[in-house]
Write a protein that binds this ligand. Structure first.
Ligand code: GLA
Length: 656
């Protein structure tokens, strides 16, 4: 069980380092990320390297039994490089340059940047590749956080190469992009540009392919750094993903086979209605990326971040709860950004394990206590989370669904995914979040929220699984386009029409704020449809709004299985009720472990042991039926575990 942090010793004089390492030992820090933004320090000028400080720090950590998660240092180019080669700078979609002065100011397709960056990686990997302290390699940092979509000429050249691989002929590209529309037919590859800002709506298929290209381009860049590292080191290699609510430019399903360990960065987002539900979702999705194997929380915060409009510190106990929630959902370690709060720079108001106030602080005391807990949780490592329910999640569908021109700008993919996830979380059900291409074997219920884009293969996999006896719940705006963003004709939702037993002639959005009523007593909004039943039954119908009398929720028996369709954005209670019924029919226990929403209860198990995690995010004490030994309080639990408001508990269950 890893307990770690980002450490930026270059921001401090060497007099602080020894203190830092002593305090790290006090806190039980076992893994330290170094050199993440080190480039201008270790290569102060072209052709000149200076590793003296990094050597000293790595040796100091090693002497104290602290392992190193070594950054390649390429995340942010030094000023000498962008001055000598301004052509590496990224370009925004409106053609303006993004200048240095922040971070990540490089174009992912720039051959010049890549040459310099790989030269640095060569120097770092050859120097430290065999160092016994180096336990993990950290390629760059949050690839694509700021520069994922670059529209400059280097990107145009690379985009064309990518398109040639995908389509082979220009005719095939014209066909895929539907370029007969608005006189966009291309005669030669050179005529194609990144989808730069235009006067009107842009070609959606071109934009979708540009998203795919941009994700692939950074993956290719990641691979190029990996290849250099692997020539010098046998240590595992990874990079920190951003599975979070506010970044969506990389299709991580296509990345996971290239990382030796899935690592994610997660920060609570107080712009969302339910930040801890989003944390749970992100952690479950990260476990999906790890294919159920343990993963690592590479960054999280001890308190406030600095990049939201209002940056809330954590309440006492909240750092621990958030950490335990990630572990409950499959993390075998939690790390923090960062060790010591910076006095200067853009992140000077970002929290750290040692705040500006120093070690005489609640944050530090909680850090030390969390470090002890992490040691006590060593036995949990390697166990797996149990789930019978899968949510199908897709970055491609996200890109397509939230494009420029669509039935309603008020409908947002991630919000719809979060809505169904929250309904299941309220019902105390642990879910896996998986790719639409994942096998559904072993699941009892598949949930398909607003999967606007779905490939033929993925649609067939789901429908065959239902036909063979699976249960599915599909929500509106699913199955509408194919992987070229081409509408599936004959009535929506084309890909799932037969499985759902419905046919939709038109989408009828509801204006934001307007409410429609259903005969079940539910309310709904945002979206309705002119829907007719082919083989399905109506479970409820609208009593008012734009399509009174038409079905809002349906159920279809399909082969040996069952497929339910929710054609509108139901209110929270009604959505939960739909899932309650679907879960019962799919034979999935509700609140099997006693959890519900703010009270998260998750089990991790292996063949020989199991643990129940309880994270009480509520303001009331809760009682959970479980028998075993509490690893937090060291108390045996004979029947019921009492968890005070704001506390987290982990019980090693006594075998039945
Ligand atoms: C990201 C970065 C870190 C830091 C944090 C702040 O996760 O990787 O360098 O900027 O955000 O929240």
């Amino acid at each position: 069980m890893v307990f770690g942090c980002d450490y930026n010793p270059e921001q401090w004089g060497s007099d602080v380092w020894r203190d830092d390492v002593r305090l790290m030992r006090d806190a039980g820090i076992g893994l330290v990320a170094l050199n993440i933004f080190g480039w201008s320090n270790i290569q102060p000028r072209e052709g000149e390297f200076d590793f003296a400080d990094l050597d000293e720090i790595i040796d100091l950590l090693h002497a104290n039994n602290i392992r190193v998660n070594l950054g390649t240092g390429t995340a942010s180019a030094p000023p000498w490089l962008s001055t000598a080669h301004p052509e590496i700078l990224p370009m925004a979609e409106d053609g303006t340059t993004r200048y240095p002065g922040g971070r990540q100011a490089w174009c992912p397709s720039s051959p010049v940047f890549r040459e310099y960056a790989l030269h640095l990686v060569e120097a770092v990997a050859s120097r430290y590749g065999a160092h016994p302290a180096v336990a993990l390699w950290h390629v760059s940092n949050e690839l694509g956080c700021h520069n994922a979509l670059c529209y400059d000429d280097d990107s145009a050249v690379a985009f064309r190469t990518w398109l040639r691989h995908r389509y082979d002929t220009i005719d095939a590209l014209n066909e895929a992009w539907g370029t007969s529309f608005w006189s966009q037919r291309y005669g030669a590859w050179d005529e194609i540009l990144p989808p730069r800002a235009a006067l009107s709506l842009r070609n959606p298929a071109q934009r979708l392919d540009f998203q795919r290209f941009s994700s692939d381009e950074l993956l290719d860049y990641y691979r190029s750094e990996c290849a250099v590292i692997r020539r010098h080191s046998a240590a595992p290699v990874t990079t920190n993903f951003m599975v979070t609510a506010h970044i969506r430019n990389l299709d991580y399903w296509t990345w996971v086979d290239d990382v030796d360990l899935v690592a994610n960065d997660h920060y609570l987002d107080h712009r969302l209605p339910n930040p801890t539900a989003e944390l749970s979702f992100a952690a479950d999705l990260t476990r999906g990326l790890a294919k159920g194997e343990p993963w690592l929380l590479m960054e999280s915060s001890a308190g406030a971040v600095n990049w939201q409009p209002h940056n809330l510190p954590k309440q006492p106990g909240e750092m621990t709860r958030n950490s335990v929630s990630h572990i409950a959902r499959g993390a075998d370690g939690v790390c923090f950004f960062q060790w010591r709060a910076s006095p200067q720079g853009a992140e000077k108001f970002h929290s750290a394990l040692i705040p500006h106030a120093g070690t005489d602080s609640e944050v530090w005391r909680e850090t030390v206590a969390l470090g002890r807990l992490m040691t006590d949780l060593a036995e949990v490592a390697g166990t797996r989370v149990e789930s019978h329910v899968a949510i199908l999640f897709s970055w491609e569908a996200w890109w397509a669904a939230d494009g420029e021109a669509r039935p309603s700008q008020a409908v947002n993919y991630l919000q719809q995914v979060h809505a169904v996830y929250s309904a299941l979380r309220e019902l105390g059900v642990t879910v896996d979040v998986v790719s639409p291409s994942a096998s559904l074997d072993g699941y009892r219920l598949a949930v398909v929220p607003s999967l606007h884009l779905v490939s033929d293969d993925d649609a067939t996999r789901l429908t065959s699984w239902v036909e063979a006896g699976g249960h599915a719940v599909v929500t509106f705006n699913s199955g509408i386009v194919d992987d070229c963003d081409r509408v599936r004709l004959g009535g929506y939702p084309g890909a799932f029409r037969d499985m759902l037993g419905v046919r939709v002639e038109e989408f009828v959005p509801v204006l934001p704020g307007d409410v429609v009523h259903l005969d079940s007593g539910a309310t709904a909004g945002l979206w309705t449809e002119r829907l007719t039943l082919t083989t399905a039954d109506a479970i409820s119908r609208y009593t008012d709004g734009p399509v009174p009398g038409l079905p809002a929720v349906t159920r279809n028996m399909f082969g040996a299985g069952e497929a339910r369709y929710i054609a509108t954005a139901l209110d929270e209670t009604a959505l939960r009720e739909q899932f309650r019924v679907a879960l019962v029919e799919a034979n999935v226990a509700i609140r099997a472990l006693g959890g519900s929403g703010a009270v998260e209860v998750v089990r991790r198990a292996s063949a020989d042991r199991s643990y129940v995690f309880v994270i009480n995010n509520s303001s009331e004490e809760v009682t959970i039926p479980v028998v075993g030994h509490d690893l937090v309080t060291k108390v045996d639990i004979s029947q019921f575990l009492r968890v005070p408001a704001g506390a987290a508990r982990i019980v090693r269950e006594t075998a039945a």
